[in-house]
Design a binder for this molecule. Structure first.
Ligand SMILES: Cc1cc2nc3c(=O)[nH]c(=O)nc-3n(C[C@H](O)[C@H](O)[C@H](O)COP(=O)(O)O)c2cc1C
Length: 187
């Protein structure tokens, strides 16, 4: 369990932040992966991404190819949702956030230095992700001179946490507008 009913909201908030930080730092932590939801043209779109960093200002950083559909989605509608689940602790975290795109600026350059040379190739495909191809090998062709690296920064507006527990589930909402004070909700 990440928290229980006798914990103070401020303690729960600290636990949530601590666990999210661990997700960004530990490749084996379940919060290393999150589901990113954007508003697609016709449907909501969801996909798994890697949490690269939770900044001191509480911004979630994710890397992506700037040509992907998610980038188009969030340029159109910057309001996104992030979803985390920790199966052992039986905790779900839902985040509503505003997204900004960072390409070739200070943040993107600083983060690019953290990407190993091997991994840098993931941002250098000749064809844009999602392009229709006749055979799979066409999707592996690289254009080594051109990286399409970008950093997505998600600034949270609301963080909601659901703790499953035998004695009764617990649900708490934290909102930026309320100074991140916690409020209990009916689970
Ligand atoms: C475990 C896992 C981790 C992933 N991490 C990322 C990531 O950090 N960034 C990313 O752009 N895509 C990542 N992907 C691929 C996305 O889920 C998605 O397929 C791709 O980005 C295209 O999505 P889009 O067309 O909706 O933009 C990951 C997929 C899996 C299965």
């Amino acid at each position: 369990m990440l928290f229980n009913s006798s914990d103070a909201p401020s303690q729960i908030w600290q636990n949530v932040l601590h666990e999210l930080h661990r997700g960004a730092l530990d490749p084996k932590h379940p919060f290393r992966f999150l589901t990113l939801a954007t508003s697609g043209v016709q449907f909501p779109q969801v996909r798994t991404v890697v949490l690269r960093q939770l900044s001191p200002a509480m911004e979630f950083l994710v890397y992506t190819d700037v040509r992907t559909a998610k980038v188009q989605d969030l340029l159109e509608t910057p309001r996104v949702s992030l979803l985390f689940y920790h199966p052992k602790k039986q905790v779900q975290i839902r985040v509503k956030a505003l997204a900004t795109l960072h390409v070739a600026n200070a943040l993107a350059q600083e983060q690019w230095k953290r990407v190993s040379e091997k991994r840098q190739s993931e941002y250098k495909s000749g064809l844009a992700p999602g392009t229709r191809i006749e055979t799979p090998d066409l999707g592996w062709e690289a254009d080594p001179e051109n990286a399409h690296f970008s950093v997505l920064k998600f600034s949270p507006l609301s963080i909601e946490v659901l703790q499953l527990a035998r004695e009764g589930h617990l649900r708490m909402q934290f909102e930026l507008a309320a100074g991140w004070q916690g409020t209990w909700l009916v689970p």
